[in-house]
Write a protein that binds this ligand. Sequence first.
Ligand SMILES: NC(=O)c1ccc[n+]([C@@H]2O[C@H](COP(=O)([O-])OP(=O)(O)OC[C@H]3O[C@@H](n4cnc5c(N)ncnc54)[C@H](OP(=O)(O)O)[C@@H]3O)[C@@H](O)[C@H]2O)c1
Length: 291
Amino acid sequence: MNILVTGANGQLGTEIRNLSEGMDHHFIFSDVNEVPGRETVYLDITNLDAIRIVCRSENVDVIVNCAAYTDVAKAEDDIDFAALLNHTAPGYLATVAKEMGATMIHISTDYVFHGDASIPYREDDTPHPLGVYGVTKLQGEDAVRHSGCKYLIFRTAWLYSPYGKNFVKTVQRLTAEKPEMKCVFDQVGSPTYAADLAEMILKVIAEDRLDCTGVYHFSNEGVISWYDFAKAIASLSGHTCDIRPCHSDEFPSKAPRPHYSVLDKTKVKETFGVQIPYWLDSLKECIKRLS
Ligand SMILES: NC(=O)c1ccc[n+]([C@@H]2O[C@H](COP(=O)([O-])OP(=O)(O)OC[C@H]3O[C@@H](n4cnc5c(N)ncnc54)[C@H](OP(=O)(O)O)[C@@H]3O)[C@@H](O)[C@H]2O)c1
């Protein structure tokens, strides 16, 4: 099969590239940025004609959309661009997937939920996003769902990897520089190691489960606060910084964030037979790679 990966130089795209080596399929990695040493086709997913040209010339069977507007705080002021990337562009990709009989694998977020639940969110729970990022990601899901193409939407959360910007790398830097810091304990969720999600996506492709149209939740196992996550990152990095728990209102943010965004992963485990690693085991793996 010919598999187009968009946003291939981001966190998830890079892990898909790493893990796809040696697989028996032809991958086309595309992005709007270039990274030295990574062969990348230029493809701006906000350009419908460009998507058509690449998909037709490569005879694409699967589109894995890893591109998105991911800066949650900045999106509050940059609404039009966030909507273009998170809503309009996935609609374009899905339109071309439908035209070609291809399957679209699209990535969404726990931020489609309000965060006022006390048990993990299931795929059929009613979304109620709090901010621009969540609203535009939900609109993107709807655009994919209503396009008529075959699709799998994976909602994930708290994504991190050795690449790009993420909480793990930020906490590593801060705890190396500072003797003390604060971190919120009243926002609870489950981190996701991008390599684990990439492995899951590649398993779906390798086992040709592309007919399983629907929405799936995926994160690592376990439930923690950002405070717990920061403590573990510092400890595994050998940093002695004193991390103290605080409330969200001590860290005013432009974007409202869900207080509880744990995703129920029963459906993804039952459908694809995946064993999902515990968050601490995956964090250890990532920190080993970072060091
Ligand atoms: N990060 C998280 O915590 C998190 C949590 C839940 C869900 N998700 C979802 O998971 C997915 C992957 O996230 P990620 O963290 O891997 O994202 P990321 O690291 O921000 O990567 C996104 C990639 O898309 C590229 N891109 C930007 N505009 C583009 C365009 N017009 N056309 C093509 N590519 C473009 C970016 O390039 P530039 O860097 O040059 O802009 C970047 O390489 C996204 O759908 C995201 O919404 C992420």
